[in-house]
Ligand binder design. Structure first.
Ligand code: RAM
Length: 892
């Protein structure tokens, strides 16, 4: 039997793995029509070349048993001759609400040899008709729980009305022991965690995630089959979350409402196919407990004396609890399935050093700026005490934590212990998160040791896809810092900062970083979710917003900010081959184009500039705002023409190509010297945008590129770009013949440069080039985040141009189906090892140089082809899958 199995494996060349549905691994609730399937292929023998998929067969069944017998009772595609491995739409029988479907795939290789079937994947259909009711606490319950707290806490909650006790909701119920499946659907106006019989049903945090709760609320689905018994209790911990915490800046709170509520339906199916539903309704009970508040920006306050014991176990006596209040579902608010990976703890970091800076005040250093929370381990028999943790990104000169740049975010977690515990205990906050590298602890019983705390890294759990290592410690640290910036700020939405009061989904930051983000991690689902937020935030006139969800900063989007509405879908199409992205956003993108076009008939974008930020946070190099805005308008038109062509909108493709041309003509006339290619403003950014966005006639491009290089030289090989120009800096220099200048900037370590922050111990990307300087110390704390990803948008160049891993960007070459390997070695680096797990499989590219010779080793995934462009050595190859070596190519 075993031999036979092995011979099947050996007999064919490729096997499908990593099955996903709508970009996710086994999502339990999906509400798109015709969800899309994907897999990747691996070679049985990694040394073989030119392997591809000739055909596939997908089977979908409503139960695992049928599928095990190779019966697809919902869909059997039969053998489909196609090399497609992703974005394959389900076209089988319609699923019922909540129904689960199992699927697997087998493939035929280039010689028509058949693989075995893959392992089984599944997805659950959305819960279409909710019948539960929102449940919460009677008026006054939370206020009452604020009585009799310590004076210091009473003062705080008085001055900050959004600080509200967390609610505990519970329901006791019984069921038969013959359970086949049990799926819990849950959400909240607030943030929630569910326990079933005392055990958490999942490890996600801050669910249901951030959306514009006025219009759309995500719900989660959890398989709780294993947790159910005969006698059960469901328990919900319900905090304020984005719904009613302090959110954004200017002390804003309760943006969506002041009363937190939860909504749940537990669908249980017995083996005899009978179904019961336990749902949130007026039979539930509610109480407050030990968490006095848990606020996104302010932190958590915990009173152990108010512990309510095993409150979510079935046997718990809830006689003293209050009946809940109920609220019907508002049909105007859409309940949608969670579109992306949830926020989770992804890593734990121990502090590296500790110092007692004053008697009883300890500062711990994690040596890594991060996002998340601290778990505190308190030894047994500790006396009653009040332990306070303050979070900070930096230290003052005297060793105290520097918290001024947090603005009004307190970022303090406090545990008031009752001293009655003979066992050691762990504490961590629930519905808050902090951006920090340092912790200040006061009130710890005895001397806190390094082992008493651990940093837990929390963010949207997008799978890491990029690996990069080079001969330069500076570049390695830069890559790490960029990745940390991404992890720290991809928190349900792509935020600008994780530590101060703000943490908003700025579109400008998103558009400039999205390409880099897509190399570092699989952000296909994450940006699918965010584009829904972006569309929802679009004004009726067609203006994309400055931030999405549109909260706190409610104006329409500025140039380079609003344009994210076009640039993000384009980047998703380019990186993942996602045509649905185009369909989902086409109308909104068109509206945006008309929003600009209708008021700027001369093609120079001077009206509807909104908060025009220009090249935000540049270094003494003000890019004229109309040059920047018009260049972006031109770029939008260019991308729209490509998206139209990709989606067979021939007329639109023509229209937008013409529009791009008209804008470019107007741009040249208004801003460009047609003999020497000088551009109004004379900043690095004006050249970068004009070149990157194809605004200049061919003959002016080399001249403009020289002007750019001259400008950099005149700044003694330093950049002067802000958030916007920086994204195009290295890519444009490399593309237009100044790769050497790109490397000079990359490896620069005096101000302003990436290296300067690294020389000053940065472990994340700073918001400003001068966040801290030797001469001036900290920048103005009113806007000085040390964990912002925008200036890290050079990350894509590290993969795309330095390591040379890119997708062919012609039509049908998107999504790394046809790969472009085009490494650009440069002075100062002797080797680069990189890999990228694309939607079409993992690509490796490693090169090293010695004695003016260049050696490259690549691995091209099954079912793709690559152009290997070593133009600098006069070489060009077309290859299929497999490992290839190109040894000792001449560098000069
Ligand atoms: C600040 C931040 C943010 C940026 C806006 C314009 O709030 O730097 O990242 O997008 O300004």
């Amino acid at each position: 039997m075993m031999d036979q199995y092995l011979s099947i494996i050996k007999n064919n060349d490729i096997n499908p793995i990593d099955l996903k549905t709508e970009y996710l691994v086994n999502p339990l609730a999906v509400d798109v029509n015709e969800p899309r399937f994907q897999w990747t292929l691996v070679a049985t023998d990694p040394l073989k070349h030119n392997l591809s998929q000739k055909a596939y067969q997908i089977l979908v069944s409503n139960d695992e048993q049928s599928l095990a017998k190779n019966v697809g009772n919902l869909w059997d595609t039969g053998k489909v001759v196609s090399d497609q491995t992703n974005h394959i739409h389900y076209k089988g029988k319609t699923l019922n609400a909540g129904q689960r479907a199992y699927w697997k795939v087998k493939v035929w290789d280039q010689e028509d040899k058949e693989s075995t079937f893959s392992t089984v994947a599944y997805w659950g259909n959305a819960l279409i008709n909710w019948t539960a009711q929102w449940i919460g606490a009677p008026v006054g319950t939370q206020k009452n729980a604020l009585k009799n707290i310590d004076e210091i806490d009473a003062q705080l909650v008085k001055s900050k009305p959004a600080l509200m006790p967390v609610l505990y909701l519970r329901k006791h119920f019984t069921c038969e022991p013959t359970i086949k499946t049990a799926i819990l659907y849950a959400t909240a106006q607030g943030a929630y965690e569910v326990l079933l019989n005392g055990k958490p049903v999942a490890d996600d945090r801050m669910s249901p995630g951030w959306t514009d709760y006025h219009n759309t609320i995500q719900y989660q689905a959890y398989d709780v089959t294993e947790l159910l018994g005969k006698d059960n209790a469901l328990g919900v911990i319900l905090g304020t979350g984005w719904f009613s915490s302090y959110v954004g800046y200017r002390h804003q709170f309760q943006l969506y409402g002041s009363n937190q509520t939860a909504l749940l339906e537990l669908h249980i199916e017995y083996h005899n196919n009978e179904k019961i539903v336990i749902k949130s309704d007026n039979t539930w009970k509610v109480n407050t407990g030990p968490i006095i508040y848990s606020d996104i920006l302010m932190g958590e306050l915990y009173y152990q004396s108010r512990d309510i014991g095993q409150w979510s176990s079935p046997a718990y006596d809830d006689k003293s609890w209050l009946p809940v209040i109920i609220k019907p579902i508002d049909p105007k608010v859409k309940l949608v399935t969670e579109r992306s990976q949830p926020v989770r703890v992804t890593q734990e970091i121990s502090p590296k050093t500790r110092r007692e800076i004053k008697p009883g005040v300890w500062v711990f250093d994690f040596e890594q700026n991060m996002v998340g929370l601290v778990k505190l381990h308190v030894p047994a028999n500790s006396k009653s005490t009040r332990i306070q943790l303050r979070h900070a990104e930096a230290l003052e000169k005297d060793g105290n934590v520097y918290v001024k740049n947090l603005r009004s975010a307190l970022a303090i977690d406090t545990y008031v212990l009752d001293g009655n515990h003979t066992k050691a205990q762990d504490f961590e906050p629930h519905f808050t998160y902090h951006g920090f590298r340092y912790i200040e602890i006061t009130g710890f019983p005895g001397e806190p040791q390094l082992t008493n705390i651990v940093g837990r890294v929390v963010h949207s759990d997008t799978p890491i896809t990029g690996q990069l290592e080079t001969s330069s410690p500076l570049v390695n640290r830069l890559h790490d810092n960029i990745l940390w910036g991404q992890k720290s700020n991809f928190f349900s939405v792509p935020t600008d900062s994780p530590q101060r009061d703000e943490r908003l989904g700025f579109l400008g930051d998103g558009e400039i970083f999205v390409h880099t983000a897509s190399y570092n991690a699989d952000v296909s689902a994450f940006f699918s979710k965010w584009m829904r937020d972006v569309r929802e935030a679009q004004s009726s006139a067609g203006g994309f917003s400055n931030v999405a969800p549109r909260a706190c900063n409610v104006v329409d989007g500025a140039p380079a900010w609003g344009d994210a509405g076009v640039i993000v879908p384009y980047t998703m199409y380019r990186q993942y081959g996602d045509l649905k992205m185009i369909e989902d956003n086409w109308e909104a993108m068109n509206k945006w184009m008309n929003y600009i076009g209708s008021q700027n008939p001369n093609y120079i974008w001077t009206k509807r500039l909104n908060n025009n930020y220009g090249d935000w946070l540049q270094v003494n190099a003000n890019t004229p705002k109309e040059v920047l805005s018009t260049a972006y308008y031109g770029y939008d038109a260019l991308l729209m023409s490509r998206l139209a062509a990709a989606s067979n909108r021939t007329e639109d493709a023509k229209k937008y190509t013409e529009l791009h041309q008209n804008i470019a003509n107007a741009f040249n006339k208004a801003f460009v010297n047609s003999t020497d290619g000088h551009i109004k403003g004379e900043t690095q950014t004006v050249y970068l945008l004009a070149l990157a966005f194809e605004m200049l006639p061919e003959k002016l491009r080399p001249l403009a590129a020289n002007n750019l290089a001259e400008n950099i030289k005149a700044h003694n090989w330093h950049l002067t770009t802000g958030f916007i120009g920086v994204g195009y800096l290295c890519p444009v220099l490399t593309q237009f013949g100044h790769n050497d200048v790109a490397y000079r900037l990359l490896l620069q370590n005096t101000y302003p440069s990436w290296g300067y922050s690294i020389a000053n111990n940065a472990t994340t990307i700073w918001e400003r080039w001068d966040g801290w300087t030797k001469e001036k110390g900290f920048q103005d704390p009113s806007m000085n985040s040390f964990n912002h990803y925008s200036l890290g948008s050079v990350g894509r160049w590290l993969f795309q141009s330095m390591a040379g891993i890119d997708t062919g960007s012609q039509r049908n070459e998107v999504g790394f189906k046809h790969i472009l390997i085009r490494p650009n070695p440069g002075q100062g680096l002797t080797y680069v090892n990189a890999s990228y797990k694309s939607i079409n499989g993992r690509i490796d590219s490693s090169w090293h140089t010695s004695d003016k010779k260049f050696t490259l080793k690549i691995n091209i995934p099954v079912n793709t082809r690559a152009t290997v462009d070593l133009s600098f050595a006069g070489k060009l190859y077309e290859v299929g899958s497999g490992i290839y070596d190109y040894n000792n190519c001449d560098l000069d």
